[in-house]
Design a protein around this ligand. Structure first.
Ligand code: GUN
Length: 297
């Protein structure tokens, strides 16, 4: 089997499934799933993400509502907008693009979103539900990683999974998801001693620490499956020219011939994140109509 896990191709198939579920609920209930995205300020990377989200939402047959607010928007205005979106029956998913300008309290803003519409899965209720193995909204990036792992490996039960990075957005929810799949899970981070040895025991490595090409061949057991969540912009010398390139947290060239599967950067986990956001929006819409959850695995 090809050792490269093609997230781009997989995400296309996932978006196709989303589109079908959108069609079904339109016909069954006369309801079109709607995603509202809020962008505060003009961070260039966030602008690109928001544009892509809007485009792909429309391509899936859903409604997209973009709310672009000035960087100096007062907290009460942003919270007022969220309150209105919480009440709006045409909006099934709400996402507030992070990072927010410094004067806004990220936790307060996220927790103002109706948990049932929290398609990021960042609301404290969803975090608690996931943590206790209950039905919740699952954060998009870990969900994308899980779908890729299950597609590649099938049953994950009993596998040793090592997660590198302990963020609220990736590391911690990833650990919970893999525990639910009956993996034996270890979370490592910047202060972990002998991190290399811990990783070298793993059947599955999920790298989400934000350190360019940190994970080398000595860190990885032969036949392991490696999911690289990192997106790092670095300058590299290519034929005596300095070029800016994207690399992951894993040294990709070291993995060739060693692993059973590895996600490339770009083209691995990245495209899965937006596809999972669309999937979560459809799930939120189905739940709002008391229908059983769509199946994306
Ligand atoms: N900024 C970067 N990634 C994300 C994400 O997954 N969700 C939100 N809301 N903001 C982000």
């Amino acid at each position: 089997m090809n050792e490269i896990i093609d997230g781009k191709k997989f995400s296309q198939a996932l978006r196709y499934k989303v589109k079908n579920y959108v069609q079904v609920i339109k016909e069954k209930k006369g309801v079109t799933p709607g995603l509202a995205v809020i962008l505060v300020g003009e961070d260039p990377a966030s602008q690109v993400y928001v544009r892509n989200k809007g485009k792909q939402t429309l391509e899936a047959g859903m409604n997209s509502y973009e709310h672009k607010l000035d960087a100096s928007t007062p907290s009460e205005v942003l919270l007022g907008l969220i309150k209105n979106l919480n009440r709006d029956p045409n909006v099934h998913g709400i996402l507030c693009q992070l990072p927010l300008p410094n004067h806004l309290n990220e936790k307060e803003v996220i927790n103002a979103i109706n948990p049932e519409k929290d398609v990021d899965g960042f609301h404290i209720s969803n975090v608690g539900l996931l943590n206790t193995g209950q039905k919740s909204m699952i954060p998009c990036t870990p969900l994308g990683c899980l779908l890729l792992l299950k597609d590649r490996l099938g049953d994950l039960s009993g596998k040793k999974a090592v997660i590198v990075g302990r963020s609220n957005i990736v590391g911690k929810p990833m650990a919970n998801l893999l525990l639910q799949e009956n993996c034996t899970v270890t979370i490592t981070h910047s202060r972990t001693e002998n991190i290399e040895n811990t990783c070298a025991q793993a059947d599955i490595i999920v790298a989400a620490i934000g350190k360019p090409e940190m994970i080398k061949k000595e860190w990885v057991k032969k036949g392991a499956t490696v999911i690289d969540v990192g997106i790092n912009r670095v300058t590299k010398k290519i034929e005596s020219n300095e070029k800016t390139v994207l690399v992951g947290d894993v040294c990709f060239s070291d993995m060739v011939g060693l692993v059973a599967g590895v996600t490339p950067v770009p083209g691995g986990v990245g495209p899965m994140t937006i596809a999972c956001l669309l999937a979560n929006t459809v799930t939120a819409c189905y739940r709002s109509q008391d229908l059983s959850d769509p199946e994306f695995t």
